[in-house]
Design a binder for this molecule. Sequence first.
Ligand code: NAD
Length: 468
Amino acid sequence: MAVSEKELEEIVRSVLASMDAFRPSEQEETGIYDTMEEAIAASVRAQKEIRRMPLEFREKIISNIRKLTLENLQPLAEMGVAETGMGRVGDKIIKHRLVAEKTPGTEDLSTIAWSGDRGLTLVEQGPFGVIGAITPSTNPSETVLCNSIGMVAAGNTVVFNPHPSAIGVSSFAVSLVNKASIMAGGPANIAATVKVPTLETASVMYKSPDIPLLVATGGPGVVTAVLSSGKRAIGAGAGNPPVVVDETADIPHAAEAIINGCTLDNNLPCIAEKEVVAVASIADELIDEMQKNGAYLLRDQDKIAKLAEMAVVPNKSGKMTVSRDWVGRDAYKFLRALGIDADPSIRCIIFEAPEDHILVQTELMMPILGIVRAKNAQEAMEMGVRLEHGNRHSAHMHSKNIDNLTKFGQMIDTAIFVKNGPSYAALGMGGEGFPTFTIASRTGEGLTSARTFTKSRRCVMTDAFCIR
Ligand code: NAD
């Protein structure tokens, strides 16, 4: 049987990788460096190797990333919760499984072709090279793994500057990605990072001539920073997703979907329902049904005010911002801090408030859901648009009125609009489509995948290869 040149190359590569003399050093194996400069240099070397590899080989690496993620669901989830203090182990397992099983790989890349009298032209999706990625504390390892699959599928390597409060779990995810490559006989450092990521190490990344593309997943500060870098940048920024419920909705179903969506990982996902706008005629029924799904209705105005003081606090410059001590914490812990003897089975706190209430206006990322009453569907949709604050990120609606659903979708103009389901249906969990933890709201790419991390390359053959 004849062995092709590519197959031969692959055999040689795996033999070399298995020889001790060619084994990468421990630092290379994990991809974790003392300085950002070293991490970038290592990533440049790895990208040169990845670039020459057949797509099939990239796919082997990706399937190893999937496998290693599935084998490490529990430690990834436990480390994430232990290190950041945020979220829920069970839900983090679900999120990592989703990344492993459903993040698109090389099949996401496509080609456009024109053929005719003057030959054949192809437009192919090629890698940028080394991508600089900034990742959040809220879905730290989920983002590292999901970004890595998409970026490597597209032929890139990636250098991460993870959130300082999630260094451990983010670095662990980076090391899994490298292990996946080495196991397949590929290069080390397809993902790299620094031991201590800071704003300074991020700045080295922004200025490096070796990095043509930046991808930021986080709040407004980091997205503005990458967009000001002078480089091509993809910005996946903040949201404050409203969910509108009109009088035609299936209320028990809406209540269940909203509580399920809002409580996933204690409301950490940026797409999760952050406040409800309900048409007044169905608001009482909706609140009753939410309580049947594990929501605790807080009625005491003093306690609501105290909750607001706990959840939103002034930062160093006096600006009101979410309290890091409470982001992603369990609902019952808030209630106990308010002097209410709550059971850990309570999934979220609901309360009624006017539209301008700070707990409704702020992207809390806590299992706290304000409910605002509107006179009718039109008013509810207008409030929903205002509460989204022009982030153009995510919005949701429960209704059986197709005119209202269409109208709100047009008015709110968000990257994600889920109708009659939990917010996570947008990530392919109980809805069609693929998941991602980088939703490019600000720069418009929407849900990112391998194809997002490519540049368009036109390849033209004149006067040949048309066989029509
Ligand atoms: P964050 O903004 O505090 O941190 C995100 C990353 O940016 C971290 O690595 C941080 O170190 C870095 N960073 C922050 N300010 C920076 C600056 N000025 N320059 C350089 N780097 C900077 O966000 P977080 O609290 O970890 O995550 C929550 C926020 O991220 C929420 O607003 C949420 O909506 C958003 N988010 C968005 C998406 C999305 O896909 N659109 C996904 C996850 C999180």
